[in-house]
Design a protein around this ligand. Structure first.
Ligand SMILES: [Zn+2]
Ligand SMILES: [Zn+2]
Length: 240
């Protein structure tokens, strides 16, 4: 379902990304009550990765000790407030959640770009790819669904054919930052020269240690990209 029409909504009631029941009122993307649950990251964020920080801090603890390959990033929601929803979006076939989340991410992006200035407006949105193996199993790449929606709203073109993940890598949930980095070495591949001299904005569902975004950034910069930033739906705190 690309952009569901109200008729389709009538036949297959759209589910709310928070409570997973048919959305109330009809025609909305999220229930009026449930809209209070996803917690926006807000204004007090790390100047590098966009993680929430105490008001007096410029950088988060992670960015103080680690150098990143990307330029800067932003996220829409605190991971904890959307973790259950994100799980269903990723593993339970809830593609329709991307309509709500993509819309919220587009808003965050416009705000972020105002802060970065016109020089940093991306030429392309590129979703973080998943392996062909995983794509077959799940039927879709949640990052690509988000990127398409953000592109539809912001009019920044999306390219899904430039960056690929040839092999499946091990699940990284219990790995340290360094282990994640090693696990992702050479995981991403850039096709053709479509990224040369372009400013790229990577789109993904969640940012944790930044290992995935850095690995993608490394591949894109290596292929001649001018600058790489990112936008994610959710971001974890440092203990994640
Ligand atoms: Zn709801
Ligand atoms: Zn940071």
């Amino acid at each position: 379902m690309e952009s569901p029409t109200p008729v389709l909504d009538l036949l297959f009631p759209r589910r709310c990304p928070v409570c997973d029941r048919p959305v109330k009122p009809f025609g909305a993307l999220i229930c009026g009550e449930c809209a209070k649950v996803p917690q926006p990251v807000g204004d007090s964020v790390c100047c590098k990765c966009g993680k929430p920080v105490a008001r007096e801090d410029e950088y988060c603890a992670d960015c103080m000790k680690m150098r990143h390959l990307y330029y800067r990033g932003a996220a829409a929601f605190h991971y904890r407030s959307v973790s259950g929803s994100l799980y269903r979006f990723k593993y339970d076939g809830r593609r329709e959640y991307s309509d709500y989340y993509g819309r919220e991410m587009a808003q965050v992006l416009e705000h972020f770009l105002e802060e970065l200035g016109p020089r940093h407006r991306p030429d392309l949105l590129v979703p973080v790819p998943c392996s062909a193996q995983r794509l077959r199993k799940r039927g879709y790449n949640q990052a690509a669904l988000l990127a398409r929606k953000v592109s539809e709203i912001t009019q920044i073109p999306v390219r899904e054919d430039l960056l690929a993940r040839p092999k499946d890598t091990k699940a990284m949930r219990s790995m340290s930052a360094l282990e994640r980095q090693n696990n992702l070495k050479k995981a991403f591949h850039v096709y053709g020269n479509g990224v040369r001299l372009k400013s790229i904005m990577l789109i993904d569902d969640i940012y944790t240690t930044g290992a995935t975004i850095d690995a993608c950034s490394g591949a894109l910069l290596g292929a001649g990209a001018k600058e790489v930033s990112f936008l994610t739906l959710a971001i974890g705190e440092n203990d994640l």
